[in-house]
Design a protein around this ligand. Structure first.
Ligand code: ADP
Ligand code: MG
Length: 728
């Protein structure tokens, strides 16, 4: 009898010996060759227009419509010179990923074809996007969502198509995407940070928020992937017994990259570099067949566009190498999941990293000011930050014993913790001495030249200070980092504004600036102490302690999402101008709905898998055993038969019992789904899916995994963990 698994294994083995050669050439020669960079724009657009354009972009002003016309002409010319025939507005709907709608560079006028790409077509489009989720903001019958050009992120080519990064907003102006609020949050944060910089350095004109992401992913052979309906339809395995060997030996981590994978990576990097994505790092990750790539950091908006772009390039290139890339946070139970560490920092136009210790006490006071304000923001909004990374897929990773726990805390490391402890106990007047050169020294707490020891790492922390930046590690591998970044940006922006208000008020009332700064910092250090935790985030003691400290310890994703709608959060997003209350409500609706749909699909796929793959295989094996039992009876004496058949009887009974439990579980699960679907609103539906369907899925899985261990390997039709994880 044919077995799809063995057919797939045969094809997979053939793939491993496919000879692939990596693209050649010097990086300098092809870096950003698919991007309409500022340099290249000069060849196609007049200096006059570019001056206006760059000035608007750099100062965050809206581009004038008239400029768009001239820019569009140059853009089309460049694109067509490079073989493009179409253009698309490229946007980031709330469903995740990116969306495109391609149009050709021509129109028909009086029956004749003319090449055209107008300023209006560049500036704004109305994609027929009625099927994108809007959480009720845009009624489907209106179907009016607009995509509008984001000139701060350069246009680029994918194949024959010019891609224009755009925001996606409703007819009434509300954001329907991630990019819009991300841009708003960065503007708000950068403005607030620049104001605070004014206390230290009047030269600072702009502050930039930076993001360096580290993308983790799994690769799996295409033939094996195609033989696993769960991977194909949900991106993760819904069942599968642990491989006898997985990551215990840690021999994969930083080990040699397998040849076929290396060929994939080289092509991926080539494509990414052509798209202007400065990828720099590649290595194996902890789990077998798990890898990571990271670029050099860029401004948050561009870095996020680049991450989304890289995710789609990965999928395309993987297919060429007969791989599938798994971006899901937890494709396999029992081995590490995938995250996307978001390295975040603030820097000035004068070249100072505001989250890096400086060269003198004054710069160090600036550093401490920003550090402590970030701590304060993360403390106040730890629940919201968790909500910003919460999803049906990331849920499997968080709180599991390998990833950041479902509690947001900050790791600072020994040195910084000591500095803060000292500052906390310093007396203000004692601490502040202004010397002859008007340079401030902090007496008792004298902020020393802070030299950071970067080896002080804690991999269990969801939010870690790593020397010159914070690393938000709870972000999921499949996520749009924009969700996490905009929450962080907005929270820190609000915090900095409040800080500024209070320092100014004190200065106004006659207090010296340094004293005002110092005392407020000291107060913050004390106020936000609960967020600091350098210990083992995986331990049970921490869960208990975190609850006592008042940190958010909720683990159910649909309930965590409520954090977007607390009075404090609504006020904060309004104060910073990042999201209105209506936008927050609509986002939550989308989040709950997406959560429900994901679990609903998984639950159905699991039902199909066990009914169509697992139970038939188990039944076949059971029948074989039963036939054997009968045959033994015919040949041997009664006594001999009893002892010979003992083991078979046992297995037959176990198969019967697991099969029965599975059938019962599937019935219960179907019933639970029907009940959940009848819930009156999106939140209750999501809660029902979380509370009633997930546990049943886990139960069914246990029995299916047991059967996998029992049933004859030859009869098992689904590729096993050891095959999915170790063939490359
Ligand atoms: P790790 O040790 O965490 O693997 P890497 O040195 O590989 O760290 O850097 C990870 C990411 O952090 C890269 O994208 C890098 O560009 C980024 N990064 C480094 N410094 C900063 C910074 N100051 N701000 C933001 N990102 C940064
Ligand atoms: Mg890192």
């Amino acid at each position: 009898m044919a077995n799809v698994r063995f057919d797939a294994l045969k094809i997979a083995k053939e793939h491993t010996s496919v000879d692939v050669t990596a693209p050649k050439g010097k990086v300098k020669e092809y870096f950003a060759s698919d991007v309409f960079t500022r340099e290249r724009m000069k060849e196609y657009i007049s200096e006059e227009v570019l001056d206006l354009l760059f000035d608007d972009v750099d100062s965050g002003r809206t581009i004038h419509r008239d400029i768009a016309g001239s820019v569009a002409i140059g853009m089309r010319k460049w694109a067509m010179d490079h073989g493009a025939t179409h253009f698309t507005h490229w946007f980031q709907p709330l469903t995740g990923g990116t969306a495109e709608k391609h149009d050709a560079f021509f129109t028909i006028e009086d029956g004749a074809l003319i090449e055209e790409f107008s300023g209006n077509a560049l500036y704004q489009q109305e994609p027929d996007a009625s099927s994108f989720p809007s959480g009720g903001i845009r009624n489907t019958f209106e179907a009016r969502g607009y995509s509008a050009w984001d000139p701060s992120s350069p246009v680029f080519l994918i194949g024959d198509t010019l891609c224009i990064p755009t925001v996606f907003v409703a007819y009434t102006g509300e954001a329907l995407d991630y990019k819009t609020p991300l841009i708003r949050s960065t503007a708000s944060l950068c403005h607030a940070a620049r104001e605070v910089c004014g206390y230290f350095d009047k030269q600072v004109k702009h502050v930039h928020a930076n993001l360096g992401w580290e993308q983790e992913y799994f690769l799996v052979d295409e033939a094996l992937y195609n033989a696993r309906p769960d991977l194909m339809l949900t991106g993760r395995t819904l069942m599968g017994h642990n491989s006898a060997k997985n990551q215990q030996l840690e021999d994969h981590y930083f080990g040699a990259i397998p040849a076929r994978v290396l060929a994939f990576m080289q092509e991926l990097e080539y494509e990414a570099l052509r798209a202007g994505i400065p990828v720099r790092t590649r290595h194996n990750e902890v789990a077998p067949n798990q890898f990571e790539m990271a670029p050099v950091f860029e401004n948050v908006n561009l870095a996020n566009d680049h991450n989304l772009l890289v995710m789609s390039i990965m999928e395309r290139v993987a297919q060429k190498h007969h791989f599938r890339v798994l971006l899901h946070e937890k494709p396999y139970a029992g081995v590490n999941g995938s995250g996307k560490h978001c390295n975040w920092s603030l820097s000035t136009n004068t070249g100072v990293n505001l989250l890096a210790p400086g060269k003198n006490p004054y710069q160090n006071l600036q550093f401490i000011t920003f550090l402590v304000n970030v701590l304060m923001a993360v403390y106040k909004y730890n629940g919201l930050l968790k909500a910003s990374i919460a999803s049906a897929t990331n849920e499997h990773r968080l709180g599991a014993n390998e990833a950041p726990p479902a509690i947001i805390s900050v790791f600072l490391g020994k040195q910084i913790s000591e500095v803060l402890d000292k500052l906390e106990h310093a007396k203000a007047d004692e601490a502040i001495i202004i010397n002859a050169k008007k340079e401030m020294k902090l007496g008792v707490a004298n902020i020393p030249e802070i030299l950071l020891d970067n080896t002080d790492r804690n991999r269990t922390s969801p939010f870690a200070f790593t020397g010159n930046r914070f690393e938000f590690r709870a972000v999921g591998s499949s996520a749009n980092c924009g969700a996490a970044m905009l929450a962080l940006n907005a929270a820190v922006a609000e915090q900095l504004m409040l800080f500024k208000q209070e320092v100014d008020a004190r200065i106004e009332s006659g207090e010296p600036k340094e004293k005002a700064l110092f005392e407020l910092i000291q107060r913050y250090i004390i106020a936000c102490k609960a967020i600091r935790f350098d210990g083992n985030g995986y331990s049970d003691e921490w869960k208990a302690e975190a609850a006592q400290r008042g940190l958010n310890c909720e683990t159910s994703v649909p309930v965590i999402i409520d954090q977007y709608l607390t009075p404090e959060t609504i006020k904060m997003f309004d104060f910073t101008g990042v999201l209105s209350e209506a936008e927050l409500h609509s986002r939550c609706e989308v989040k709950w709905e997406t959560y429900t749909k994901k679990i609903q699909i998984e639950s159905r796929v699991l039902g199909d898998l066990v009914l169509n793959h697992v139970l038939p295989a188990a039944k076949r094996y059971q029948t074989m055993l039963l036939q054997n039992v009968l045959a033994v009876k015919q040949v041997f004496s009664a006594d001999e038969t009893a002892s010979l058949n003992e083991r078979d009887y046992d297995i037959i009974r176990r198969i019967e019992s697991h099969s029965g439990a599975i059938l019962e579980g599937v019935d219960k699960m179907t019933e639970a789904r029907h009940k959940a679907n009848r819930q009156p609103d999106e939140r209750s539906k999501a809660v029902a899916y979380h509370d009633t369907i997930l546990p049943l899925m886990a139960e069914i899985r246990t029995h299916a995994d047991e059967l996998e261990m029992i049933v004859d390997d030859e009869m098992w039709t689904l590729p096993k963990y050891r095959e999915l994880l170790f063939i490359h």
